[in-house]
Design a protein around this ligand. Structure first.
Ligand code: ZN
Ligand code: ZN
Length: 337
């Protein structure tokens, strides 16, 4: 089977032996396609994964062989994510599911950028869904990334009607904005790229250009009766997003960190103290967040049309390149035969 493997920060297409079910529980699936995640980009750019790693985890696939107690059958088209919490450890009991050791260890084998993948019984039971016929592969591939956004929205624990600002309107920012709308928030979004602002505006987000921090501050204050937004969602990985967040969040508000930044510098201690700010991180979804994501996508409450660009597996290096250069919002790698 053909796979894309990472060696340092080089991606190579190789032939590996096809994964087999043998006597295991679970399923062998034929991958139709897999979304290229921001976390794949980080591992690629900084050579963070072990040599031979097959990246990709946002798969849409057809079940080819199955030995399972679930109701999935051979021929089902499914969507599946990669990590599952143990539900029992100290982290899980404390609600920190994505910090669970089992969560970090579980994965699809060998990875999504492969013609075939092995899914364990645990995957089938907790994080896999049969896709309705009417739903295109590219659209349902947003299941895992939207699940991450829902986790963030849930963690922020806001009230319906709250004002929120999403900083960064890449594919994740646009998903986050729509997830927030689905939860009843009043959503503002900002970016520096006009085409992203325009696209976000077509998805129900009140979007503006944030190149001028003072203007952004004034605009948000005017819109919120001189209070500021209740929560800022940081989907941008730019260092400049941090001062912007501090300028637009209300006193007593929250900043939800959803991206790494190059310089890795922090939020000012005295802002957090005197303004009673809550700065919190959100990383990866619980199975319930994924369930909600599947519902929002299949009921079209979150609209992902025109968010992704298709590539074939042979062109995966170009897909990484185009994403890094901001030529596209999100790459979807078609795999198939
Ligand atoms: Zn992802
Ligand atoms: Zn656990």
């Amino acid at each position: 089977m053909k796979v894309a493997q990472l060696f340092g920060n080089q991606i190579e297409l190789r032939e590996l032996d096809k994964v087999t079910l043998s006597n295991r529980k679970g399923a062998i699936v034929k991958v139709l396609g897999c979304g290229l995640c921001g976390s794949d980009i980080v591992k690629f750019r900084h050579g963070l994964a072990e040599d031979g790693t097959v990246l990709g985890h946002e798969i849409v696939a057809i079940i080819e062989e199955i030995n399972s107690d679930t109701s999935f059958k051979k021929g089902d088209r499914i969507v599946c994510s990669h990590h599952i919490p143990c539900f029992e450890c100290h982290y899980c009991r404390g609600g920190s599911y994505s910090m669970c050791k089992h969560f970090k260890k579980t994965n699809i084998v060998p990875g999504g950028f492969s013609q075939y993948v092995y899914l364990s019984e645990e995957h089938l039971k907790n994080v896999a869904y049969k896709v309705p016929d009417s739903m295109p592969d590219e659209e349902i591939s947003f299941y895992e990334p939207l699940g991450c956004c829902i986790r963030a929205v849930e963690r922020a624990a806001l009230n319906k009607g709250d004002n929120v600002l999403v900083i960064g309107l890449g594919s994740i920012g646009i998903l986050m904005g729509q997830a927030l709308k689905a939860y009843g928030m009043n959503v503002y979004g900002c970016d520096l790229m006009q085409e992203r602002i325009d696209l976000a505006s077509t998805k129900g987000i009140t979007a503006f250009n944030s190149s001028d921090v003072e203007y952004s501050h004034e605009y948000i204050y005017k819109e919120t009766n001189d209070i500021g937004v209740d929560c800022v969602f940081m989907t941008s990985g730019a260092d400049a997003a941090i001062p912007l967040a501090l300028k637009t969040v209300r006193n007593g508000g929250k900043i939800l960190v959803f991206s790494s930044t190059p310089k890795d510098f922090g939020y000012a201690n005295n802002d957090i103290y005197y303004r009673e700010l809550t700065v919190m991180g959100s990383y990866s979804p619980h199975p319930n967040d994924l369930k909600k994501s599947f519902e929002l996508l299949t009921s079209s409450q979150v609209d992902v049309k025109n968010l992704s660009t298709d590539y074939i597996l042979d062109d995966i290096v170009k897909a990484f390149d185009d994403t890094i250069k901001n030529k596209i919002l999100k790459a979807y790698i078609k795999i198939g035969d």
